[in-house]
Design a binder for this molecule. Structure first.
Ligand code: CMP
Length: 146
């Protein structure tokens, strides 16, 4: 089997959500460009205004944590842009590109490092596992990818 075939077999999907702070600041194009330039294919792209129920399902792994209510309030405070991306090792690669959760500590060159200082308002979310990808796409109504 040649190298190209092996690489294609490792292709994976992930979900990114550009958060209300970044949408409001007009950063959608810049952020999406980074993923396109890296080589990811955009399979689906939607602007969504999450309601409380969707947000609680989307972030259900964090239910009960001290920051949960603020997180749900924030993510429902304005439209988000959700995209399904496909590419080699997508989940890990995209997480590296977005940088650490606390944007004030994310390195320059990462998306959070370049565009944000926040923790809740940290500009972008990305799935951290195939299970999260399924839960999150389902919560947002992107059922064909779940
Ligand atoms: P995100 O990648 O969307 O996943 C969960 C979100 O919870 C995270 O980014 C942060 O925006 C938010 N959050 C707020 N406070 C914390 C915290 N103390 N630890 C981790 N995540 C937090």
């Amino acid at each position: 089997m040649d190298e190209k075939v092996c690489e294609d077999e490792m292709s994976e999907r992930t979900l990114i959500v550009i958060k209300p702070d970044a949408v409001q600041r007009g950063l959608v194009g810049k952020i999406l460009s980074r993923f396109e330039e890296k080589g990811f294919k955009i399979l689906d792209l939607r602007m969504i205004r999450m309601d409380k129920g969707q947000a609680e399902n989307f972030y259900s792994v964090h239910a009960g944590k001290p920051f949960f209510n603020d997180l749900v309030s924030f993510i429902t405070s304005g439209p988000v842009v959700a995209a399904v991306l496909e590419g080699r090792n997508a989940i890990e690669s995209v997480r590296i590109m977005i940088g650490s959760t606390d944007a004030s500590k994310a390195p320059p060159g990462s998306i959070r490092g370049d565009y944000s200082l926040g923790l809740t308002d940290n500009s972008i979310h990305a799935s951290d596992s195939p299970e999260s990808f399924r839960r999150e796409t389902k919560a947002l109504g992107l059922v064909e990818w779940a």
